[in-house]
Design a protein around this ligand. Structure first.
Ligand SMILES: CC(=O)N[C@H]1[C@@H](OP(=O)(O)OP(=O)(O)OC[C@H]2O[C@@H](n3ccc(=O)[nH]c3=O)[C@H](O)[C@@H]2O)O[C@H](CO)[C@@H](O)[C@@H]1O
Ligand SMILES: C=C(OP(=O)(O)O)C(=O)O
Length: 446
């Protein structure tokens, strides 16, 4: 059992903005690795230890699902250590699994591990941020290539593998993070070799590869988005310290910039954040990297507008886009955003408009080249005109990163803001209210 429960947390925040955020905060393991590492436990035949686990609701959701499948989970105190024992993995009751419907996207990654362990998997309807259609067609296609039979039912998906799972030759239509993880988590114990082309290579995926290697997997990552996996008959446990959360680190960096503040993010690492750090420097923010973390601050005077384009790694990660947009409202001139990963990740800007930001969204690709959305009717580009004098407003969180971005906007704004629906922010920002205290924010939880 986990000892924390974000379901008991507050739903709204009242914030008084207009003062710089200054102080030290710490980020722990990445949401986008920790939840996958927990899924990998189902493949193990020995207990596993995961360290640096943040107290976020996505961890809670995956822990609940694993417990339904007989994984014993122990987290006794606040040191971020989870002990997970999968020796008695069993089929969960469909009705119990169904109770987790709509809560996260991670359950789809249980397909391969459950098929290997139990020969059958039932997956509830998925949740996750509503920032686009987010189909799972790539996931189902690759699972079928391995030999899975997918039965779509009103309450979710039922998968079986009547002839076992066999290594496959796979070319992804787009370097999808989740589908790459799906392939890794299935191929490591499939019979024979799998070759995956056009794979995603995000740092969290490389950390998952490291975990699987500790468990006994044989995986080679080539330089051209090609990953080769030799299936093995058995996997053992692991002991692993999760890669720190670069999205959370970048979000606090944007909070420092937008409020003309100065925040030291303990745990932030340079390498996985290179694309972000380049943007931060170009916009005129300052940073200083040491062995323990990164200090981000506003250097005074005007900051620069610029053009940014999100992309798969090593490009600028889409999850940084929303907090960056808030920082860009404070720059002089016109900034351009081209969101190429999700077709609908700019909807959060309309509430920023109510706060005084000048943001116009466009269907056209306002980037270096047309993206996958060029001929579709999606508002996936934006022009931000600044600097804007933001004023407090009453707003409701639309999604995880949009939610944190609203907190930044409220703290940069003059006056008082009320932000509702903050439970979504607990999905990926550990103890954010304690961290707001640490950087001197003026707020009340209601
Ligand atoms: C829990 C987690 O790790 N979430 C991250 C993961 O999401 P997630 O793994 O869902 O993102 P993907 O990389 O798979 O999605 C990228 C694009 O591919 C499309 N697609 C994906 C799968 C599919 O079957 N069909 C399809 O069309 C999506 O709609 C999207 O337009 O990577 C995203 C891109 O870095 C991040 O924003 C999310 O924070
Ligand atoms: C889009 C995100 O997460 P998820 O895929 O879990 O919805 C995110 O972390 O910003």
């Amino acid at each position: 059992m986990l000892f924390w429960n974000t379901a008991r947390m507050s739903r709204s925040l009242v914030l008084n903005g207009g003062r710089p955020l200054i102080g030290d905060i710490e980020v722990r393991g990445a949401k986008n690795l920790v939840s996958k590492a927990m899924v990998a436990v189902v493949l193990a035949e020995e207990p596993c230890r995961l360290r640096g686990v943040p107290e976020i609701s996505d961890v809670q959701i995956v822990a609940g699902l694993l417990e339904l499948h007989g994984v014993k989970i122990d987290s006794s105190d606040r040191d971020g250590e989870l002990l997970l024992d999968p020796t008695n993995v069993e089929q969960a009751h469909v009705a119990d699994i169904d109770a987790h419907a709509g809560s996260s996207r991670v359950p789809v990654l249980l397909c391969g591990p459950l098929l290997h362990r139990l020969g059958e998997a039932f997956i509830p309807d998925l949740g996750g941020c509503r920032i686009g259609e987010r189909p799972i067609n790539f996931h189902l296609d690759v699972l079928r290539t391995f030999g899975a039979v997918v039965d779509k039912r009103p309450e979710g998906l039922r998968l079986t593998a009547p002839h076992g799972l066999k290594g496959a030759d796979i070319q992804l239509p787009y370097p999808s993070v989740g589908t790459t993880e799906q392939v890794l988590l299935t191929a490591v114990r499939a019979e024979g070799t799998t070759v995956l082309r056009n794979a995603a290579i995000e740092p969290e995926i490389m950390d998952l590869v490291a975990i699987l290697q500790k468990m006994g997997a044989i995986i080679s990552v080539q330089t051209d988005r090609r990953i080769e996996i030799e299936g093995v008959p058995r996997l053992g446990g692991f002991d692993h310290l999760a890669i720190p959360d670069r999205i959370e680190a970048g979000s606090w960096a944007c909070a420092a910039l937008a409020t003309a503040g100065d925040i030291y993010v303990r745990g932030a690492q340079q390498q996985p954040m290179m694309a972000f750090l380049n943007v931060f420097r170009r916009v005129g923010g300052s940073f200083d990297i040491d062995d323990e973390g990164i200090r981000f601050w506003h250097s005074g005077g005007d900051i620069n507008s610029l053009a940014i384009e999100t992309d798969v790694h090593p490009g600028l990660m889409t999850d940084w886009q929303q907090p960056l947009v808030v920082a860009l409202t404070q720059t002089r001139g016109l900034s351009i955003i081209h969101e190429t990963v999700y077709e609908n990740r700019l909807g959060f800007t309309s509430a920023l408009g109510e706060m005084g930001a000048q943001i116009q969204t466009y269907r056209n690709c306002l980037g270096s080249s047309p993206c996958r959305f060029s001929r579709a009717n999606f508002q996936h580009s934006a022009v931000v005109s600044g600097p804007a004098r933001l004023r407090g407003a009453e707003i409701t969180v639309p999604d995880l990163r949009g939610g944190f971005s609203y907190l930044i906007a409220a703290l940069a704004a003059e006056g008082t803001s009320k932000v509702h629906g903050i439970d979504l922010i607990y999905r990926g920002y550990e103890n954010f209210s304690t961290k707001l205290d640490a950087v001197g924010a003026d707020y009340d939880l209601i």
